[in-house]
Design a protein around this ligand. Structure first.
Ligand SMILES: [Zn+2]
Ligand SMILES: [Zn+2]
Length: 398
């Protein structure tokens, strides 16, 4: 069920050999945070690196200018194993999700295979797929819709966190926007002639906070006011807020949307406003587990002496557009330690760890484990077949 140990050792050693270059690349991306769909420099640097190590690179795949696909071919036609790389940053807090590490681990895996082997000694191919806009744009969904994953047999990536866990669930999301329409008036001389849309949006937040007690424990509702008014001496005539409605099941996300809409309508009625609730057509789906691929990945972590950590159960779950990939084909999304215990993602502290020596160690381990797992799947048709069976039998969670 696994590739030749000598072959795996050669690829792992090649990751060590290029680790310095990979870290330089990781720090460069970290120091130049680019937002969703605007990852121009990161995409340029990553593709240049892959080309240098023998991969055949296609830029702008799937109609997304900052997406790419780098292919390392094998002996004849066969399955394609995709290693996904993310490289977008967060607004205001930079690489606080550590996507610079995801990018260089993924690209490092492909580059090491290319540099060590030139051509794969079996049928099929490894593809490194550069997937823009994980934070907010669901780039992977756009790439799937454009057919970029049509020929992919199995897909994998790593994500940094405060511990190494091959499997952790993620939540589905419906992204929703509530707008309130009132009437402007002088806030001092004629306030009774106004209809206050800010009161409506505050009412919505309060209604949602009261609602939480009656929600399932896996549900998460969180939002921000994106427009709260123009100036303090004008009764706000227009306000808007954006929320994510999350749960382990997409069906329950729809139930949350139904309740959210009722809360917005209630807040509008209470203040005399009109409301409009619209949701993003792209729904994030929860990750579907693949025990066969997860098992191969975990064994490769042991092989390189970077074993899993026990999950301390202190943190909840996030979401990823990789969930949608996992609902279409066998996929894993393991977490690799790049910070000490207890450091939350999307924090300034995590952004600092994403450029630390610990991040380098995690990035190198991630690149090795991704590369070795891809080789295992191509070397053993049985392993890939079993991953396909896991996928067919697995709980969808949608
Ligand atoms: Zn994130
Ligand atoms: Zn992330």
């Amino acid at each position: 069920m696994s590739a030749d140990p000598a072959l795996k050792q050669k690829v792992a050693e090649t990751v060590d050999r290029i680790a310095g270059e990979l870290e330089t690349l990781s720090l460069r991306i970290h120091g130049t945070p680019e937002l969703a769909f605007k990852e121009v420099q990161a995409a340029a640097w990553l593709t240049e690196f892959l080309e240098k190590h023998g991969a055949r690179v296609e830029r702008g795949v799937g109609g997304l200018p900052t997406a790419f696909r780098a292919t390392i071919g094998g002996r004849g036609a066969g399955p394609a194993i995709a290693i996904m790389a993310e490289y977008d940053a967060l607004p205001g807090i930079g690489h606080a999700c550590g996507h610079n590490v995801i990018a260089t681990a993924g690209v490092g895996a492909g580059a090491a295979i290319g540099a060590a082997l030139g051509q794969l000694p079996f049928a099929g191919q490894v593809q490194v797929i550069g997937t823009p806009a994980e934070e907010g744009g669901a780039g992977k969904v756009k790439l799937m819709d454009a057919g970029v994953f049509d020929d992919v047999a199995a897909a994998m990536m790593i994500h940094g966190r405060c511990g190494t866990q091959v499997w952790r669930p993620t939540l589905g999301i419906i992204k929703v926007k509530a707008e309130f329409f009132g009437q402007a008036a002088h806030a001092s001389s004629w306030p009774w002639r106004g209809v206050n849309a800010l009161n409506a949006v505050i009412g919505l937040f309060n209604a949602l906070d009261a609602m939480r007690q009656q929600l399932r424990p896996d549900a998460r509702i969180h939002g921000i006011i994106t427009k709260g008014g123009e100036q303090a001496n004008i009764i706000p005539e227009y306000t808007s807020a954006e929320f994510y409605l999350r749960s382990t099941s997409v069906a329950y996300c729809w139930e949350l949307l139904r309740r959210f809409t009722a809360a917005a309508e209630g807040a509008a009625a209470a203040t005399g406003c009109r409301t409009s609730v619209t949701h993003d057509p792209t729904v994030h789906e929860p990750l579907k587990a693949n025990p066969t691929m997860a098992g191969l990945f975990a064994r490769n972590l042991e092989l390189i002496d970077f074993p899993e950590d026990p999950d301390d159960g202190q943190a909840g779950y996030g979401s990823t557009d990789c969930g949608n990939v996992s609902q279409r084909l066998p996929t894993i999304h393991p977490y690799i330690r790049i910070s000490p215990d207890g450091v939350p993602g999307h924090s300034r502290e995590f952004a600092e760890w994403a450029r630390s020596p610990l991040a380098r160690t995690g990035m190198v381990a991630g690149a090795k484990a991704l590369a070795l797992t891809a080789l295992d799947l191509l070397a053993s048709p049985d392993a890939l077949e079993q991953a396909r069976r896991d996928f067919a039998q697995g709980e969808a969670g949608v």
